[in-house]
Design a protein around this ligand. Sequence first.
Ligand code: AMP
Ligand code: ZN
Length: 468
Amino acid sequence: MKLYNTMTKRKEEFVPVEEGKVKMYVCGPTVYNFIHIGNARPMIVFDTVRRYFEYKGYDVNYVSNFTDVDDKIIKKANEEGVSPEEISTRYIAECKKDMEGMNIKPATTHPLATQEIDGMLDMIGTLIEKGYAYEKNGTVYFRTRRFEQYGKLSHKNLDDLRSGNRTLLVSGQDEKEDPLDFVLWKPKKEGEPAWDSPWSDGRPGWHIECSVMSKKYLGEQIDIHAGGEDLVFPHHENEIAQSEACNGKEFAKYWMHNAFLNIDNRKMSKSLGNFRTVREISEQYDLQVLRFFMLSAHYRSPLNFSADLMEASKSALERIVNAADNLKYLMNNAKADAMSNEERESVAKTAEFVTAFENAMEDDFNTADAIAAVFDLVKFSNTTATSEGSKEYAGALYEILVKLTDVLGIIVEKKEEMLDADIEALIEERQAERKAKNFARADEIRDELLAKGIVLLDTREGVKWKKA
Ligand code: AMP
Ligand code: ZN
């Protein structure tokens, strides 16, 4: 299996640190709002990577954090007049709902930065002891010049960065020994969440979180560290500096980065304000369509979001689901029970599609080509499985189709259609719960309906509903 390593800028053969095991860490979102579909790209891509390793028989330990202490969370909390914890707890729960809708497996562990402060104090302490970090007026900085390999991941010219790019400097720059030094610990400002430390009451910098959580849940050396390409510098570069300076070992063997999801050919981001949330998309489409859309391009190619491409993904997905549905029907209704010899030969021919699928995935997770192989199987199935054939044959093709689509995280089962009367009854129940101020249950009902593709619209004339 070959994967592209940002560190070496080459596709490399995957050799695990420990035989039969994959330890991977994927940087997760900062939780101060609903996630947008740009954030969903790494989630979908690396969940698919994980699923392929599992398909190959590896035992995957998949860790993905939630950054739950951050300036943006504090700002949002102040705006709403609630605690930062309330904000992060709320959006972690919402993010998990979105993940479920996109059929993203929960990580083996989803650590929270605020629960790992002790580990961060330990690592920062070690870095100071070893001369890789220093404290000035309660702030602790990493001493980048001391880590000779600093810059090895991003392949940047550090001298240019040092002298030219003043915008990289963050507040407190005058105290730094070097413009590239970055914060490990910072003292609190009025009204901010803070923890005791030997240096000041304060909170950790962003980069140290991931070094600590990765070490705690996966060990000092891991196989794959991943995230969006914007994280290469400085986030991942800084993680490498911290982890390798502290542990004296290579941190991750392979560094994988997805390209950006763009909209109107500009990067989609919260700061540009041009983003669409996953939740918004779920009101228009089944989130399986979003997943399919993301996988229709190679993960290292930029992908432009458009209504046309979403529509194309919707119909492509329908073709797969219909083929599966047809096979299911034949599994119960085809004429013969057992396969004929001819059908047996026909099943053997599907090995070709499975091989094409695997070859595509082994070539740096080329999901676009893997999907093409699934379509070849769909065409084959549509032409060879008929009611004149056997139940067993339809079942064999169904099994292969499910096995491959499951690697992509695509569910081929048709969603059960809800009866209008059941929908109306649930809406009435929700109204009653709202009247009784039981908002948690009311929200639960809305989510239950959404999961079944029913969107509620609160209008002046009362609650209306539509199918997504
Ligand atoms: P953030 O919450 O901004 O730290 O982002 C969480 C993850 O989403 C990181 O891996 C980012 O690289 C990734 N990400 C953010 N915006 C996009 C985008 N437009 N396309 C692809 N990945 C993105
Ligand atoms: Zn990270």
